[in-house]
Design a protein around this ligand. Structure first.
Ligand code: B12
Length: 309
């Protein structure tokens, strides 16, 4: 950060919150910009940002805003200076008693929403309450489809790239995955008998897109059964026999798990589902006859809902 301080917009982007949130915290709790430049709007200094970061973390952990603000205003100048130096290097400032950051490493995101940046920073800090808070707030405000596309996918792709480049941050990937699983599973499920079956291909451990699909379908009023990771063809066939689903979606993330004979087995089942869909980048370009390829979450929700509707 430059010594001249940051505008409200830049401070909001840095922290991963909306500008209106900063304004509210300024007006209600006195956590505003302190640097005065004649003829300009006041600007946020490093110490102001440190205070806001504390405010953000404590409210994410469930502390009432007025109490969190009282703590934030107590941040001593010495702590602020060291925190400010870290912020100058793009790090997330450490706060006494809170989770540590990722050792100065950041997840590469490219152009991304403030919420995605906030999630990436919280993930690097291994800060579960902040991740949960951010994700839940985004789900409530924007719904599953937009939260997945705008907030979650950029961070997952960034973590994947970071892992590929460094072979590190598996702990970040695992903790974020776990939080996502919990938050997506908490989206209320509609009543009724599920006529949709969701499963990951044989030996496939990536399930988050299916979990997002189950939550997005629930939001659209469509109940689904999610079998989860690594479903052997025999188990999938048995589940189809026992539940007679109208639609089956099989997810493959890795080319090694995208064996199309798994899809053949579904279309050749004695009671074949009306819709057999392949989703995920692991499948070959050419799919067996009668199998529909899904390329995105919104499209998947629309097609599956239409199939059962
Ligand atoms: C989280 C994660 C894990 C978690 C999964 C947890 C869980 N419960 O799902 C765990 C830790 C288990 C894991 C394990 C592994 N992983 Co992993 N993982 C990821 C990560 C970070 C996110 C996966 C994800 O959910 N992607 C979903 C979205 C974000 O990505 P996408 O599918 O490409 O999205 C496109 C489309 O599918 C579509 N789309 C997006 N969402 C949806 C939703 C629906 C419904 C539809 C229809 C379409 C759709 O839009 C996107 C744009 O085109 C990815 C990084 C990445 N780029 O995906 C690596 C990644 C997939 N993993 C990778 C690897 C190598 C592994 C391991 C082999 C690591 C290891 N050495 O053990 C194992 C594989 C084990 C196995 N047999 O499955 C590589 C795969 C490389 C490759 N192509 O072969 C990746 C790409 C990371 C990397 N860059 O190296 N992983």
């Amino acid at each position: 950060m430059v010594d001249d301080g940051l505008s409200a917009g830049a401070a909001a982007r840095r922290l991963g919150v909306a500008v209106t949130t900063l304004r509210t915290w300024h007006q209600r709790y006195g956590l505003g910009p302190s640097r005065h430049v004649p003829g300009q709007h006041r600007r946020y200094t490093r110490q102001d940002l440190d205070r806001l970061e504390v405010m953000l973390r404590l409210t994410a952990q469930g502390v009432a805003p007025a109490e969190a603000a009282a703590w934030a205003r107590r941040i001593p100048a010495g702590v602020a200076a060291s925190v400010g130096a870290a912020a100058a290097n793009g790090e997330t400032p450490p706060v006494p008693g809170a989770a540590r950051d990722g050792g100065g490493q950041a997840i590469p995101l490219g152009p991304a929403s403030p919420a995605a940046r906030g999630l990436a920073r919280a993930a690097m800090r291994l800060d579960v309450p902040a991740m949960r808070h951010l994700l839940t707030a985004a789900l409530v405000e924007h719904g599953v489809i937009d939260t997945w596309a705008e907030v979650v996918v950029p961070v997952l792709i960034g973590i994947g790239e970071r892992y590929q480049a460094t072979e590190r941050f598996v702990e970040v990937e695992h903790l974020l995955s776990r939080c996502l699983t919990e938050v997506l599973a908490a989206v209320p499920r509609p009543p009724g008998l599920p006529r949709v079956l969701l499963a990951a291909a044989d030996e496939e451990q990536h399930t988050l897109p299916l979990e997002a699909l189950a939550a997005a379908l629930a939001e659209a009023g469509v109940p689904a059964r999610l079998l989860g990771a690594r479903v052997p063809p025999r188990a999938l066939a048995d589940a189809v026999t026992r539940t007679g689903p109208t639609a089956v979606v099989l997810w493959s993330q890795l080319p090694g798990t995208g064996d199309p004979t798994q899809l053949d087995a579904l279309t050749a089942h004695p009671r074949p589902p009306f819709l057999v869909a392949a989703a995920g980048p692991g499948w070959p370009h050419e799919l067996p006859a009668g199998v529909v390829q899904l390329t995105g979450l919104a499209e998947a929700v629309a097609l599956v809902s239409a199939a059962v509707g």
